[in-house]
Design a protein around this ligand. Sequence first.
Ligand code: ZN
Length: 271
Amino acid sequence: MANKMVITCALTGAETTKQQQPALPVTPEELADAAAEACLAGAAIIHLHARHDDGTPTADLKVFKKAIDLIRKKTDVVVEITTGGAVGMTPEERIAPVSLKPDMASLDCGTVNFGDEYIVNTLPIMRQFASEMNKHGVHPTLECFDVSHVQSSHILIKEGLIKPPYHYGFVMQVPAALSLSVKTLSYMMDQMPPESYFTVMGIGRAHIPGICGAIAAGGFIRVGFEDNIYYSKGRLAKSNAEFVERAVRFSKEAGLEIAKPSDVRELFKLK
Ligand code: ZN
């Protein structure tokens, strides 16, 4: 895996609306098309949230299952589902889709401000989520919105609830959470245990700095409408794939190969 860049595409998230970004995939069919396009463009992992057809976020197992099934029919991309869910969902709702046995799932490693809202992740919730993921053979992406989240993950590791190789997701520049800078990124990296990999998720205006930071620091890249809707100032991206294509160009210019889904399966020993 040395010299290979893993690109994750976060297709839709819970917050972005079709009013803001008309190309946002919402229905299971749209999500499957967007996943196939993103994979063809170079994404090895897609990060999945589910929505009702009217666009509101849902943790409904039927909707998740339909989306995952359709994605798997179209492409071999690694499927990572959210367990961050959406603001206001209960922990039980958020963790339920892990029973569908996606390849990977996000595991938020601490409570976080989300603009004016917040998402609660206490240690007991984190333990419960990690146990459920173990039970279903789902590899966690340890999403950290703050330095203390990386440190909290050490507790789960010590308790044997998370096994190496670890995959961290550094979510940076969420309003009212940790911003992205060389100092914050390198401090986050310094807290990781051995056998760790990390993906930089630069939100909004941190999108391109996040890509460049990942390349410079030896990390992986996440792009997609969950994190950002503008390709450049004032110009909406045409599709998730357009973001992936740019991340591929940046990575290749930096002398990196683009990882395939099979590379990620091998790297994280996915079931
Ligand atoms: Zn997400």
